[in-house]
Design a protein around this ligand. Structure first.
Ligand SMILES: [Zn+2]
Length: 272
């Protein structure tokens, strides 16, 4: 297996993986979306709410504010040693919000959520929570915990996670008449022309094969590579995208280890 990073910034990672089959690529994609834990508000105690937004709607909005996640300091509540429904400092974070519109109308933003753990805060300070008219007030206490996208989309650490087959493009330069039709037909700007047609951005090819169809002399051939995939992983900001990918591999390995252990037990006659 080979991995090549194509593009990377704080919340986005694009990489090419060669030497894996589609089932493994799809397993990793699904685990990244639904089984890598992230933090989200799950319980809200409303002390005062004179805003026009109902308690339930406000609580729902708070749940969808992506929170920075620290997977090394927190555990999923179901695997926490505290065994408590209320949670402990290893499986729960308390956040408070106290806002009042003293002079005219104002918007309450996510930066006003104050957390007892400075590492577990909103990924952005500018997420609007609610609008308050003069004199209106909200006071609440919220509890965030780790969870899985499998249970609720608010715990999904990725806002976008896709993979596609990598492409192989061959241009027969002896046949090519430099008509440039393939260059104009490609919406992804895969080709460029100087003295000849060159493939300048192979990774952007989405295998639409328009270049193949418009070539009057059959000089272009596009094929998908069956064991190479380009992944796009966009994080909500909860975790760095490379951490999401690494966690997905760790989770898949844990699943296969469990299965292997089970098969070994069957072979040993310990399980019928
Ligand atoms: Zn706990």
């Amino acid at each position: 297996m080979k991995i090549k990073v194509l593009e990377r910034d704080e919340n986005f990672l694009r990489f090419l993986v060669s030497g894996i089959d589609v089932s493994l690529a799809n397993s990793l994609r699904r685990i990244m979306m639904t089984e890598v834990p992230s933090m989200a508000i799950d319980t809200v105690i409303m002390i005062e709410n004179s805003s026009p937004m109902k308690d339930e709607v406000l609580a729902h909005r708070l749940g969808f504010i992506p929170l920075r996640t620290d997977l090394d300091s927190y555990v999923l509540p179901e695997s926490c040693a505290c065994n408590s429904e209320l949670g402990c400092s290893k499986c729960r974070v308390t956040l408070t919000l106290e806002s009042e519109a003293q002079e005219g109308m104002r918007t309450v933003y996510s930066k006003e959520l104050s957390s007892i753990d400075p590492e577990i805060v909103s990924v952005s300070e500018k997420i609007p929570v609610v609008k308050l008219a003069q004199g209106q007030k909200i006071r609440l206490e919220a509890y965030a915990k780790l969870g899985l996208g499998l249970d609720h989309v608010k715990w999904q650490p990725t806002s976008c996670c896709t993979h596609k087959y990598a492409a192989d493009i061959q241009v027969d330069l002896e046949k090519c008449t430099l008509c440039k039709k393939c260059v104009d037909a490609c919406l992804k700007q895969v080709f460029a022309v100087d003295e000849q047609v060159n493939v300048v951005d192979l990774e952007s090819c989405n295998l639409c094969k328009e270049c193949e169809k418009v070539c009057p002399v059959d000089a272009v051939r596009v094929d998908m590579i069956k064991d190479a995939f380009i992944f796009n992983v966009e994080s909500t900001g909860a975790l760095p995208p490379e951490r999401i990918f690494l966690e997905s591999i760790r989770i898949l390995k844990a699943k296969t280890d469990e299965l292997t252990g089970f098969v070994t037990q069957i072979k040993a006659g310990e399980v019928e």
